[in-house]
Ligand binder design. Sequence first.
Ligand SMILES: Cc1cc2nc3c(=O)[nH]c(=O)nc-3n(C[C@H](O)[C@H](O)[C@H](O)COP(=O)(O)O)c2cc1C
Length: 156
Amino acid sequence: MKINLLVGTMTGTAQLVAQELELVWDDGELQVETLLMDKLDGSVFRREGVFLVVTSTYGQGDVPDNAKGLYEDLKAKRPDLSRVRYGVFGLGDRTYAETFNFGGKRFDDLLQELGAQRIGERVQHDASSGVLPEEMAVEWGERWLALAKDALAVST
Ligand SMILES: Cc1cc2nc3c(=O)[nH]c(=O)nc-3n(C[C@H](O)[C@H](O)[C@H](O)COP(=O)(O)O)c2cc1C
């Protein structure tokens, strides 16, 4: 089974989360690949396996700069993603109450619009909570991985 981690980040926290997940998950049987969103376009969703979008939030609830190309490409070209299974680990900060975790939410909403099916619930890390995002990800990820395996077993 393959897992593609798609990372949207400004200051590297989301990348740390992906690195930690890769370290814990990649055991040979499970192949994990981390892709920074820089320079990716919608064709990335043609890759084999399931996808986990790990992204932070910036500006007025925007996706980070390195995720803009991918986000805008999907919005413009609107590919049919009905065969895509994905999860979202969002990073944000509750002090931005109006736009808390909107980066992950934007990807989630768009992927659903394009027909992709989410595995599990969208996670929202809060930088003000004192909980380390990579620790939250590993704990949450255990359950998500089990759901992802079930999802792949049904769809293949
Ligand atoms: C200038 C700036 C704007 C931000 N805007 C938001 C926001 O609108 N909503 C939110 O939930 N978090 C916001 N954040 C918090 C970041 O998303 C959060 O700190 C995240 O962990 C950063 O991850 P990264 O290092 O992967 O980019 C903002 C942070 C900064 C510095």
